[in-house]
Design a protein around this ligand. Structure first.
Ligand SMILES: N[C@@H](CCC(=O)N[C@@H](CS)C(=O)NCC(=O)O)C(=O)O
Length: 231
């Protein structure tokens, strides 16, 4: 029997996207059950997940009676199935890749707090605030250095869990009006990621869904200029 991934609504569930991408890129054939995490049905649906997975969140992978919860655990499992192909072979480089995975998992300095994944799919976008641009600088100054060292096209040369972990952040930022002028390596990297068949497949499905609006996307006092969504 194929593993079953309990995934989430595709224009909302950035954590499920990461696990889904890792399984796809590891070449794992899996079935998918999309759990509707939109309000109000999310509460009942996640309670159902909680009946067999203690965090009561998605993603969860069930493989051969074994249940694995949390996106990073599923990504590491996918990497194991692929005999380690999704992490650098060199121990020090692997540790650096895992640092980026951990940085994203522990919040990535708040970049994502008010730029929800859902907002990446809105037809109109607000501009990023100065504070958000400063945070982007912290990320992309570092990623440009990483890419310079590896020579690209991905962060550590070949595609790794570090790249996949950052895909939802890349989606959020490229779909707002982030100016990549100072980060040419990162700009090429984001383009390479977004062109991957796995990412394009998820995004195609996500783009076809009804928008999930959040009232706090626009906050009084922000310097707001609506910019058209990317085509
Ligand atoms: N650390 C978890 C976070 C998962 C997570 O927050 N999933 C969201 C959907 S993208 C969810 O199920 N949230 C349910 C809740 O917050 O109650 C992971 O990486 O899998």
């Amino acid at each position: 029997m194929k593993p079953l991934l309990y995934s989430g609504t595709k224009n909302a569930s950035s954590w499920a996207m990461r696990a889904w991408l890792a399984l796809r890129e590891a070449g794992v054939a899996f079935d998918e059950e999309v759990v509707d995490i939109r309000r109000p049905q999310r509460f009942a649906n996640l309670e159902r997940i909680g009946a067999f997975s203690p965090p009561a969140m998605v993603p969860v992978l069930v493989d051969d009676q074994m249940m694995i919860f949390d996106s990073v655990a599923i990504m590491e499992y996918a990497n194991d199935i692929a005999d380690g192909a999704l992490l650098p072979a060199d121990r020090a480089t692997r540790a650096r890749a895992r640092s980026l995975v951990a940085w994203q998992h522990s919040g990535l300095s708040g970049i994502c707090t008010r730029i929800s994944f859902e907002s990446a799919f809105y037809p109109l976008k607000r501009t990023l605030t100065d504070a958000e641009r400063t945070e982007c600088g912290r990320l992309f100054d570092y990623l440009d250095q990483v890419l310079e060292l590896s020579g690209g096209p991905y962060l550590f040369g070949a595609l790794s869990l570090a790249d996949l972990m950052l895909v939802p952040t890349v989606v959020r930022l490229t779909r707002h009006d982030l100016d990549f002028a100072s980060w040419s390596r990162s700009q090429r990297w984001t383009a390479a990621l977004l062109e991957r068949a796995s990412v394009a497949e998820w995004m195609r499905e996500a783009d076809a869904l009804p928008h999930i609006w959040f009232d706090d996307y626009l906050v009084p006092g922000d310097a707001i200029r609506m910019v058209p969504a990317a085509a």
